[in-house]
Design a binder for this molecule. Structure first.
Ligand code: EPZ
Length: 422
């Protein structure tokens, strides 16, 4: 139950390096289930979600270690307990993505329904629909998904679109299951996120036959078996975007290393439109702001649209803009837990259904606030860097799920963040 005390306003300057992607690492760790043997994954960040995923794989029968280089070594030779337990999956929803690989390898799987979280109800109906199309028999039992495919899975054409567009982990589950299914699978309305591209590239390196990678139409020719792999996960574009906003909100210049601008064009475009400069520089970029912050209208969408995981951070920035902005959340319509907390810091935000009207204010004022979910807490840290006074952020464990010791990354750049353990 750590707390942050953050003094503001500060100006950040210097260089920060982006870590490997949490949302690429999680499904790729699950993918190692498909190939009995030792796989080595590089650049997997040190985050609580990664530790929970490791615990989940260990309970299945895998052996996991981190070697001296920090690589995650997963030995999936033995999977003798194909069960994703409630007390683990409830802590990390991405645990659902062991379902497809377990079914493909063991022809049986029992995984707890992940349940909702602060950002929404988050059903998995599309995951289950896709696996049923591949021939699995699925039933619910005491809050668990029980899936069986005694004769293995069979390739098929599957439409994966939902009310809010494509599903990222749903695509991951079906893609992984299809690699060992008999025959050809076509996934229509597949998610195109860079994390899905990374997963597909890793699976192909394991011997899978996937084409159409990066497009909404993925084609998978099933194979009999896959091989363990050595793989480096991509940089974390959401962490990179968070650092970009940190540079913009504190009006200085930051060099951000190990970030891939092509994965972030919707974000970079918005930042440039509101007066922030983002200049590519080898293997990264330089972000700076000199003038006032302009206004923008943002609608979150699946990739390549504006990522919902940066909606809260941009709201914190636009809270200081010269004029009104409108933010519409189209992926998780209820993802606005940060609104009331930012208003505690003297922002002027008004919620209207799936939209928030952001009326820019001269300055933010420090206050005690409560983190509710991973990205909302990142937005509170960013707001606190610009706010006058000392902000206290409770429930910092939310931010540790997706940012590795963020105070140790920002303090050398000029931030004044103290972590207090209570
Ligand atoms: C992934 O979650 C990410 N998590 C989320 O990041 C991210 O916000 C989200 O994709 C959208 O980009 C990981 O990769 C671990 P979805 P996921 O299925 O796959 C609805 C973070 O901050 N839906 O693409 O769970 C769903 O309710 C996290 O790092 C169904 O209706 O999201 C939502 O409205 C938070 N039925 C929409 O689709 C389904 O079966 C998109 O969700 C599946 C999803």
């Amino acid at each position: 139950m750590d707390i942050f005390h953050i003094e503001g306003p500060v100006t950040l300057a210097g260089t920060v390096t982006v870590n490997g992607s949490k949302n690429a690492s999680l499904p790729i760790m699950a993918a190692t289930i498909l190939a009995p043997g030792k796989s080595t994954l590089r650049s997997v960040p040190h985050l609580s979600d990664i530790s929970v995923c490791a615990e989940l794989l260990k309970r299945l029968g895998c052996k996991l270690t981190r070697n001296t280089n920090g690589d995650v070594c997963i030995d999936s030779t033995t999977i003798d307990n194909p069960i994703g337990e409630y007390e683990i999956v409830r802590r990390m929803r991405a645990g659902i993505c062991i379902l497809g690989p377990l079914l493909a390898r063991c022809h049986t799987a029992k995984v707890s329904l992940p349940g909702g979280c602060a950002i929404g109800v988050r059903p998995v109906d599309i995951h289950l629909r896709g696996l049923t199309e591949l021939g699995a028999q699925i039933r619910m039992e005491n809050g668990y998904i029980v899936a069986e495919a005694p004769n293995g899975l069979k390739g098929k054409e599957i439409f994966m679109g939902g009310t809010f567009g494509s599903t990222v982990l749903g695509t991951a589950n079906i893609l992984m299951a299809a690699t060992l299914a008999k025959g050809k699978t076509v996934i229509e309305s597949a998610a195109c996120e860079p994390e899905i591209v990374d997963l597909a590239n890793c699976l192909n390196k394991m011997g899978a036959k996937i084409t159409g990678i990066g497009s909404p139409r993925l084609i998978v020719e099933g194979v009999d078996q896959l091989q363990p792999v050595e793989y480096q996960v991509i940089p974390d574009r959401i962490e990179a975007g968070t650092f970009m906003v940190a540079a913009a909100i504190t009006a200085e210049e930051l060099k951000i290393k190990n970030c891939r601008l092509p994965d972030m064009m919707a974000v970079v475009d918005k930042l440039r439109n509101i007066g922030v400069t983002v200049d590519a520089e080898n293997n990264g970029c330089v972000v700076a702001r000199t003038g006032s912050i302009g206004t923008a209208d943002i609608t979150t969408q699946p990739f390549p649209g504006f990522p919902t995981d940066l909606q809260a951070q941009l709201m914190a920035l636009l809270a200081l803009a010269r004029g009104n902005s409108v933010i519409i959340e189209k992926v998780f319509p209820d993802r606005f837990m940060h609104v009331a907390e930012l208003n505690r810091m003297a922002a002027n935000l008004r919620k209207e259904g799936p939209a928030v009207i952001v009326a820019g204010v001269e300055k933010l004022i420090a206050a005690p606030v409560m983190a509710s979910d991973l990205r909302a807490s990142a937005a509170l840290v960013l707001a606190a860097l610009a706010a006058e006074g000392t902000t206290t952020i409770n429930r910092v464990y939310h931010i540790d799920r997706g940012y590795e010791k963020i105070e140790r990354r920002l303090n050398p750049l000029g931030a004044k963040i103290t972590r207090q353990s209570v």
